[in-house]
Ligand binder design. Structure first.
Ligand code: SF4
Length: 413
């Protein structure tokens, strides 16, 4: 399948790093990251969450390493994890050394709160000897105080300089196995900072809007920031930071990459029309029922639920499969071609059954098995609906006339 990412700005060339066997940068598939919320010392609880994150689409998982017990936990977690583990380090360089000893495949250091040069170099030298990459994780909220003063606040220049300073220390010990993040909770600041970082470094960039908050606002902020940059060709690995079950983060990351055509579809993509005056069913209820039934099967296809047969099959002709309502019936279609007409009460069950068959047998086989009278029946239903509701069921012309009259009145006053 050709990914629609070819329509986006070409990806910015970066150097390649490898984190526990997962390539990042230099054209590698963009990876999804998330972070556990369990105590890392709780080995079984943390592993259960890591497995859930991997199942939801995470390629890499980060765990905090904030105390000795966490480092001990990591030593048991890393060998049993299905994905590479990154240890998140703040303030204490000994925790970075302990995490490396525990076998983690990556480190994240925050230059804003781990500031002693000798300690930073010691960690970089140890990571170099073990072949473990480090993320320089700059955060606008915990920017180095000197830089805050120099720039009068957390500006894109300040964030990028923080990363550059850290990188210079790493280079003094011959280490540059690095990816960089310059996160902020302000979407505009985050976008400007990553743009500057992409002009400044050729290291892979880890994208994220930090402290985005609970969904749906957190999802909107993350999507706005990460999506804008990905569309510009910037970014090699991503993380949504949500105040929610981290499985939501992994799922959102994966869905964003799939929706931009940057990763192949792994799961279901349910699209549905927004409904309008033409709708012949409660589209919201039918879409919800279909989503619940199809999500359990996790089929890697795009499924459309459309409110009317007048416009539905045509508007959703890019979908692998779909259903459109009309005249108390469901009109089942594959790539826009009507293959079967079923009673309205069976819409969802027929859709689910056909979706399973489509994945098992392929498009050609299911098209060949189409009911030969279905197209004609759908066309008759379409015409009947057009006649009964007219070409303008939303009364758009009437509304335009009212607005126009209102405008004339305003002018006269
Ligand atoms: S015209 Fe039909 S398919 Fe389009 S939004 Fe209205 S109900 Fe949905």
């Amino acid at each position: 399948m050709e990914l629609s990412s070819s329509l986006l700005t070409p990806r910015r060339p970066t150097r390649r790093i490898t984190l526990g066997g997962v390539p990042i940068g230099d054209g590698a598939p963009i990876t999804v990251q998330s972070m556990t919320t369990t105590k890392t010392a709780d080995v079984d609880g943390t592993l259960a969450q890591i497995y859930a994150l991997a199942a939801a689409g995470a390629d890499i998982v980060r765990c905090t390493c904030n105390e000795e017990a966490a480092a001990e936990g990591l030593a048991h977690i890393v060998p049993r994890s299905p994905v590479p583990i990154v240890a998140d380090i703040h303030f204490h360089h000994e925790m970075a050394l302990a995490a490396l000893e525990a076998g983690v495949q990556g480190l994240r250091l925050n230059p804003g709160n781990l500031r002693k040069e000798a300690e930073i170099k010691q960690v970089a030298a140890e990571a170099r000897d073990r072949g473990v990459p480090i993320r320089i994780g700059v955060n606008a909220g915990s920017l180095h105080p000197d830089l805050y003063k120099k720039y009068g606040g957390a500006t894109p220049e300040a964030l990028v300089e923080s990363a550059r300073n850290e990188l210079a220390l790493f280079e003094e010990v011959g280490f540059d196995d690095v990816k960089i993040s310059v996160k902020a909770s302000s979407v505009a600041l985050m976008i400007a900072s990553y743009r500057l970082a992409s002009e400044t470094f050729d290291h892979p960039l880890h994208l994220g809007v930090t402290e985005a908050g609970p969904p749906p606002a957190g999802l909107v902020k993350g999507t706005a920031g990460i999506g804008a940059l990905l569309a510009e060709g910037i970014g090699d690995t991503i993380r949504f930071s949500l105040t929610a079950d981290p499985v939501e983060e992994a799922r959102a990351g994966r869905q964003l990459l799939e929706s931009l055509g940057l990763r192949e579809r792994k799961g279901l993509d349910l699209i549905a029309c927004p409904s309008c005056g033409r709708a012949q069913v409660d589209v919201i209820a039918v879409a919800k029922e279909a989503q619940e039934a199809l999500e359990k099967l996790n089929l890697p296809i795009q499924v459309a639920v459309m409110g009317c047969v007048v416009n539905g099959p045509g508007e959703a002709r890019e979908a692998d499969i779909g259903i459109a309502a009309g005249k108390q019936k469901g009109h089942l279609f594959i790539r826009g071609k009507i293959i079967r007409v079923v009673p309205e009460a069976d819409m969802v069950s027929a859709l689910v059954e056909e979706a399973e068959r489509l994945v098992a047998e392929g498009v050609e086989a299911r098209m060949a098995a189409a009911d030969t009278s279905a197209e004609a029946e759908a066309e008759a239903d379409r015409r009947a609906l057009l006649e009964s509701t007219g070409a303008d069921p939303n009364h758009t012309s009437e509304k335009i006339e009212i607005i126009r009259r209102h405008g004339d009145d305003e002018v006269r006053h």
